[in-house]
Design a protein around this ligand. Structure first.
Ligand code: GDP
Length: 460
């Protein structure tokens, strides 16, 4: 189910991205660390004292990848945080005190009535805390003094964040009968046109479904007899004023929709090519454990040879090399070409999330992979597999009990994932390989641990 969202708001240069990276710490992105995508990311999954949450650096960045740090953009980002985040962190600079823009943001937050955690950054030394007093008098709770750069005060700050998180939901908050899809993508790729084309399809019966979510921002439909929820369609439709536009393209809005979905339809514009922001959204979806379908729209604008999914499979290989398993559908929201494959592809991806992998077969596949291509040795030691099993989890997760979790190299991880996929499919879904120290569970040798669900996740 969806993780709570912690949003960091604040004007430029207070240190939002430094704090963001500090909180994510050693947890690396699921995308290849060499791709450069890890550097500029604004979304990640953090864990503190056993609680997992999503953290978003609202920055002045929108889904267009443009750095809009205008006052209007920052206000819009703050507004979206007020609506969509579970915990709002206002970051200020204790050395510079409150600028007019800070006061503007404070005003918005105060009027919203939301509880806000204030952190005063750059408190590297007692001599640096010039404006701690001014910040304390804002009328929020006492600020946390932190130095994101040096890691000071961050642990105490995270303790407070954890206290503010909503209690973990015992019951799923939404009905799981309907598959939930989020349409995401940069401005003008055709999300709202695609939405209209999907809803206009005669196979789609748009009517309230008994037992599904009653969230007014979503659209519920029955597609070919299957209940489907398109998440946050209000966000896609709403863009009449300039302000609406800024809010619509807020990354945080997309993240909130994504967190509530089973799979993401990432819309690209066939005539525009791929931008880093498209790659980021795909990476975020996989990091969040969601399914992914790449929808290449506007194929009416390109030559006929470039309207086929097979062409895009090759053309997109480099940009999405961390997601070769994502299905690609090519469509024109304008001419309706290909529209009929969009929802069926997405439903197939959601279906693949529920595959039960037979343990014997899983172990056979992994053992064979180890034999065919043994892991490289590191300082004279080699990764050895005890036993593997599928964990109960939202996204496909395989737990491997091994001699030493530190011995799994990134490329070997990829190799094992590929072997599992070749046998079991899991199309369109990230596969989490979780390593735990222990030997063969069946022989009961010392060091073996069970209860894989709560294991430490290692993502290299
Ligand atoms: P959004 O910002 O992603 O929701 O994009 P819109 O749905 O508002 O579309 C942006 C622009 O692209 C509009 O001018 C649309 O008419 C146009 N558009 C959307 N889909 C297509 C398509 O399949 N073909 C063509 N030629 N234009 C499209």
């Amino acid at each position: 189910m969806s993780r709570p969202i912690v949003a960091i708001v604040g004007r430029p240069n207070v240190g939002k991205s430094t704090l963001f990276n500090r909180v994510l710490g050693w947890r690396k992105a699921i995308v290849d660390p060499q791709s450069g995508l890890t550097r500029d990311r604004l979304y990640g999954i953090a864990e503190w004292r056993g609680r997992e949450f999503s953290i978003v650096d609202t920055a002045g960045l929108d889904l267009d990848g443009g750095k809009d740090e205008s006052r209007a953009a920052i206000e819009a980002q703050t507004q979206v945080a007020i609506e969509q985040a579970d915990v709002i962190v206002l970051l200020l600079d204790v050395r510079e005190g409150l600028t007019p823009l800070d006061r503007e943001i404070v005003g918005l937050l105060r009027r919203s009535g939301r509880r806000v955690l204030v952190a005063a950054n750059k408190a590297d030394s007692p001599g640096n805390r010039h404006f701690a007093h001014e910040i304390s008098e804002l009328g929020f709770d006492e600020p946390s003094l932190v130095s994101a750069q040096h890691g000071l005060g961050v642990g105490d700050f995270l303790d407070r964040v954890i206290e503010e998180l909503p209690p973990p939901a015992e019951e799923p908050e939404v009905d799981t009968k309907a598959d939930r899809l989020a349409i995401m993508g940069r401005p003008n790729v055709g999300k709202s046109s695609l939405l209209n084309a999907l809803l206009g399809d005669e196979r789609a019966l748009v009517s309230p479904l008994p037992g599904t979510t009653r969230d007014p921002v979503d659209t519920e439909l029955v597609y070919d007899g299957v209940p489907v929820v398109l998440v946050d369609t209000a966000g896609i439709r709403r863009k009449s004023t300039a302000r609406d536009r800024l809010e619509q393209y807020s990354l945080l809005r997309g993240i909130h929709a994504m967190e509530r979905a089973d799979a993401v339809l990432l819309v690209l514009d066939a005539s525009a090519g791929v931008l880093a922001q498209d790659q980021h959204v795909a990476g975020y979806a996989l990091e969040a454990g969601k399914g992914l379908v790449i929808v290449v729209n506007k194929i009416d604008l390109v030559e006929p040879a470039h309207r086929k999914a097979a062409y895009w499979r090759t053309a997109l290989l480099r940009s999405f090399k961390f997601a070769p398993f994502a299905p690609i559908v090519t469509v024109s929201a304008k001419t309706k070409e290909g529209i009929r494959s969009v929802i069926p592809s997405a439903l197939e991806v959601v279906g693949q999330r529920r595959i039960k992998i037979p343990p014997n077969e899983l172990n056979r596949v992994l053992r064979q992979a180890f034999v065919e291509h043994p892991p490289p040795s590191y300082k004279g030691r080699r990764l050895r597999l005890g036993y593997a099993t599928q964990a109960a989890s939202e996204a496909p997760t395989v737990v491997m009990f091994v001699n030493d979790v530190g011995l799994l190299h990134f490329s070997y991880r990829r190799y094992l994932e590929k072997a599992i996929r070749e046998r079991f499919g899991l199309m369109g879904n990230p596969l989490k390989l979780v390593l735990r120290a222990g030997t063969d569970r069946r022989t009961g040798k010392a060091g073996a641990k069970t209860g894989a669900k709560t294991g430490t996740k290692t993502r290299a």
